[in-house]
Design a binder for this molecule. Structure first.
Ligand SMILES: Nc1ncnc2c1ncn2[C@@H]1O[C@H](COP(=O)(O)OP(=O)(O)OP(=O)(O)O)[C@@H](O)[C@H]1O
Length: 238
C-alpha cells in the first residue's frame, strides 16, 4: 500500500468534517473522490498532505506513520498535489515556475532539476509555453501548469483537486489524456472531481464522501449504480 488511512477524523469546533475515514490505496492505483459540496473532500486532501493535522486516526504513507509529519516533509517523501484554484507565481515564466517547485519540493538546487523539468513540460504539453509568463496563460494552460508544478516535486502519490473544472469538453479531453499518461507511467493518483465523465475515464475505483463519511467505495460502475449515491450525490429520485 502506498497510502493507508485508518479511522481518520477532523473537526472544526463542533463540525466534524472528516468522520472516521478508512481507506487503503495500492501503489499505482487511480482513485476518484466524489461527494456533494462541503462533504469534506478538500479537507481529506489537506490531511493527507499535512496542510491540516487530523484530530484522530492514523495516516500511513509508504509504510511510515505520517499523521503528525509536517507538510514539507511529506512533499519530500513524495506527496504532491494540485490546488482547486491554480496558484502559480504569476510573474514568473512557466519554466521558472517548474524549476522553483522542483527545487523547493525536492530540496535540491535548480541546476539539478533542469532536465527533469524539461521532460515534465513535454509530458504536460507546455513545452511551447516554457518562456510565457504564468499570469498571461489561459485556463487550460494554467491547469496544465498546476499539474506540471505538482509533477515537478516528483510525487509518488499525486493528489488532484478538481483540476478539470471550468474547461470546455475539448480542453477537458486534452487534460484527461495527459493525466492518463502520467497514471500509465506508474504514478498513484487520488483525484477529486465533479466532472464525472473525466474522472471515470481514468480511475479504477471511486470513493464517495458525504458529511465527512465514506458512503461508497468500489468500481465506478457499481458506485454510480448505487441507490444511495444516486440520491445523495446526483440528487436523483430513484
Ligand atoms: N479551516 C476551516 N475552518 C472551519 N471550517 C472549515 C475549514 N475548512 C473547511 N471547513 C468546512 O468543512 C466542510 C468541508 O469542506 P471541504 O472544503 O473539505 O469540502 P469539499 O467536499 O471539498 O467541498 P467542495 O466540493 O465545495 O470543494 C465545509 O462545511 C467547510 O465550510
Amino acid at each position: 500500500m502506498i497510502l493507508r488511512l485508518d479511522d481518520v477524523s477532523k473537526s472544526f469546533g463542533a463540525l466534524k468534517v472528516t468522520d472516521g475515514v478508512s481507506v487503503e490505496v495500492p501503489r499505482g492505483e487511480a482513485l476518484g473522490v466524489i461527494g456533494p459540496n462541503g462533504a469534506g473532500k478538500s479537507t481529506l486532501f489537506n490531511l493527507i498532505t499535512g496542510n491540516m493535522l487530523a484530530n484522530g486516526g492514523r495516516i500511513e504513507f509508504l509504510g511510515r506513520d505520517v499523521t503528525r509529519v509536517a507538510a514539507m516533509e511529506r512533499v519530500r517523501m513524495g506527496v504532491g498535489r494540485s490546488f482547486q484554484i491554480p496558484q502559480p507565481f504569476e510573474g514568473l515564466t512557466v519554466f521558472e515556475n517548474l524549476l522553483t517547485a522542483a527545487a523547493f519540493g525536492r530540496g535540491v538546487g535548480e541546476a539539478d532539476v533542469v532536465e527533469d523539468c524539461a521532460r515534465i513540460l513535454e509530458e504536460t504539453e507546455l513545452l511551447g509555453k516554457a518562456n510565457v509568463v504564468a499570469g498571461t496563460l489561459g485556463l487550460l494552460d494554467r491547469k496544465r501548469l498546476e499539474l506540471a508544478r505538482a509533477m515537478a516535486t516528483d510525487p509518488k502519490l499525486l493528489l488532484l483537486d478538481e483540476i478539470a473544472g471550468g474547461l470546455t469538453d475539448g480542453e477537458c479531453k486534452a487534460l484527461v489524456a495527459t493525466i492518463r499518461r502520467i497514471h500509465a507511467r506508474g504514478t498513484t493518483i487520488i483525484w477529486i472531481e465533479h466532472v464525472l465523465h473525466a474522472l471515470t475515464s481514468v480511475v479504477e475505483r471511486l470513493m464517495v464522501l458525504n458529511f465527512g463519511k465514506v458512503i461508497g467505495l468500489g468500481a465506478p460502475d457499481a458506485i454510480m449504480a448505487s441507490r444511495e449515491v444516486r440520491e445523495i450525490y446526483l440528487g436523483l429520485e430513484v
